[in-house]
Write a protein that binds this ligand. Structure first.
Ligand code: TRP
Length: 75
């Protein structure tokens, strides 16, 4: 098992339109979607990377805040 799970790192996703998807991908050998959360405009999700989640994919217009900075999914 990966020992660097960064459980202390929270990230924030703020939806800028309805139907933004926050997709959690599994940790380990297989990389699969395990959870899809739908956010409507203005909704915020605060989450962490965990033993089960090593990556997150975001679909739709959103602002993403991590320790690496603030990013916007819009071009
Ligand atoms: N049950 C999931 C987990 O513990 C919940 C979760 C945590 C999650 N972080 C996430 C789901 C990020 C989607 C995206 O890993």
């Amino acid at each position: 098992m990966d020992t660097n799970q960064n459980h202390d790192d929270y990230f924030v996703i703020k939806a800028k339109e309805n139907g933004v998807q926050v997709i959690g991908l599994t940790r380990g050998q297989d990389t699969k979607f395990h959870h899809t959360e739908k956010l409507d405009k203005g909704e915020i999700m605060i989450a962490q990377f965990t033993a089960h989640t090593s990556a997150v994919k975001i679909r739709g217009k959103a602002v993403v805040m991590t320790k690496h900075g603030v990013m916007d999914t819009e071009v």
